[in-house]
Write a protein that binds this ligand. Structure first.
Ligand SMILES: Cc1cc2nc3c(=O)[nH]c(=O)nc-3n(C[C@H](O)[C@H](O)[C@H](O)COP(=O)(O)OP(=O)(O)OC[C@H]3O[C@@H](n4cnc5c(N)ncnc54)[C@H](O)[C@@H]3O)c2cc1C
Length: 382
């Protein structure tokens, strides 16, 4: 599908081209198998690291490759085009775990963890959600209590992507429960810390190529230098600073929707019923035209938010609009793709059924659609 890329620099077009080649060679061929086996292909970590992609947006001082939010949006769309599950595993590592260490970690922590993480030799996870804390972050019940020159963590985390494979975690824990959101801090917890364990691997409907776990902390003692950012303010600072999540979600959704749309376009040209390709029926043609329109509108909103962020402009409303529109449109586009594929799309070997299972989660994570609508209304002055 032709794309409105008039605002991309030559370097960004080259990045997009190289990522498409990488996805076609390394991700698309294994996407169905990883999905079926519920396995993240950890062997891709050093490959992506060697090509410099894991270092996008990180400074050279920690081994990063620099780059912009728009570069990162391009990366997310291209990886998700091949496999949303694989893209999600890389996202959590880069945009949450590593980004938190880079923004708020001490020099010692950064020097120790970021270079190997950016080379793809260490894998990170972001451990915020709990049984009682999802949209309502202030309900986090995992406690971190200061004890001399250490903190002692107790609690359990649920739905943690990369949990089963992570070498390090950035854990959100309460250091002042009565202050709820204003009492949440971030801690680096290494996988081999006594008191930390992966309690269970979790099986999911979609994005099955990413691995997910329930984690438990029982008197898990971490040195005070593992506090990432300010005590009691770490999570709020992260919410304010790590704004990429909504832009990345919009890019993932664009990638899945584009893959579904392209597959439908190809199928409609070859599937013959009543003596003609189904793409010649007006009802199908109009439907596919709408799908293509929605993919392009989603990308434009996503890139608008990324460009605003790159220019240092306010971009909260733009990011929420992009996330809301792209993720909801993705679900609609994928539903139409399944419809136009008929029974063929419903079969296990079809990528369409995988897209159908993968898309929904992006409406929920990084602030559900309701929370985005609420933020947009607030930005509009309501
Ligand atoms: C595939 C996947 C990967 C994940 N990976 C991670 C991870 O790596 N790390 C991590 O910490 N967490 C992760 N999560 C968990 C994620 O953070 C939560 O799913 C998310 O915060 C939403 O919380 P919840 O699922 O408990 O839904 P809830 O907050 O219980 O929401 C349920 C419903 O209620 C609605 N709702 C809630 N509050 C309001 C309100 N104020 N107004 C209107 N409607 C509302 C929501 O929109 C939603 O429809 C993952 C989840 C999934 C599914």
């Amino acid at each position: 599908m032709a794309e409105p890329d008039f605002y991309l620099s030559d370097a960004q077009r080259e990045l997009q081209r190289a990522l498409r080649a990488f996805t076609a060679k390394e991700i698309t061929p294994i996407a169905a198998k990883c999905d079926a086996e519920e396995r993240f292909p950890v062997e891709l970590f050093p490959k992506l690291g060697a090509l410099g992609y894991l270092g996008l947006r990180f400074p050279a001082a920690v081994g990063g490759a620099g780059g912009s939010n728009l570069d990162y949006a391009i990366l997310c769309e291209e990886l998700a085009y091949g496999s949303a599950g694989i893209a999600l595993g890389f996202y959590v590592h880069m945009a949450l775990a590593c980004a938190a260490l880079e923004a708020f970690g001490s020099e010692t922590v950064k020097a120790r963890w970021l270079p190997p993480a950016i080379r793809g030799e260490k894998i990170g996870a972001w451990a915020f959600a709990e049984a009682g804390a999802g949209s309502d972050a202030g309900s986090v019940a995992t406690r971190a209590v200061r004890d001399g020159d250490a903190y002692v963590l107790n609690g359990a985390k649920l739905f943690i992507t990369n949990g089963p494979i992570a070498d390090f975690l950035v854990v959100v824990a309460s250091t002042a429960p009565e202050q709820r959101l204003k009492g949440l801090s971030l801690f680096l917890v290494e996988r081999d810390r006594p008191g930390f364990r992966v309690a269970a691997s979790l099986s999911k409907l979609g994005v099955r190529a990413s691995e997910m776990a329930e984690l438990v902390f029982e008197d898990c003692r971490v040195p005070s230098e593992n506090l990432i950012g300010r005590e009691n303010r770490g999570f709020l600072d992260a919410l304010r600073t790590l704004t990429l999540g909504r832009i990345a979600s919009a890019a993932f959704a664009t990638g899945i929707a584009r893959a579904a749309c392209e597959a439908t376009l190809a199928y409609a040209g070859t599937r013959v019923q009543f003596g003609q390709p189904i793409g010649s029926f007006q009802a199908v043609r109009f439907g596919i035209a709408d799908m293509a329109l929605q993919v392009e509108a989603a990308r434009l909103l996503c890139h608008r938010a990324a460009i605003a962020a790159d220019r240092g402009l306010p971009h909260g409303r733009e990011a929420s609009m992009a996330k809301l529109y792209a993720t909801e449109v993705c679900t609609r586009v994928v539903e139409r793709a399944l419809h136009y594929h008929g029974a063929a799309g419903f079969m296990s070997e079809s990528p369409i059924q995988r897209f159908y299972r993968d898309c929904k989660v992006f409406e929920l994570g990084e602030g559900s659609s309701e929370l985005q609508r609420d933020m947009i209304a607030r930005e509009l002055g309501l």
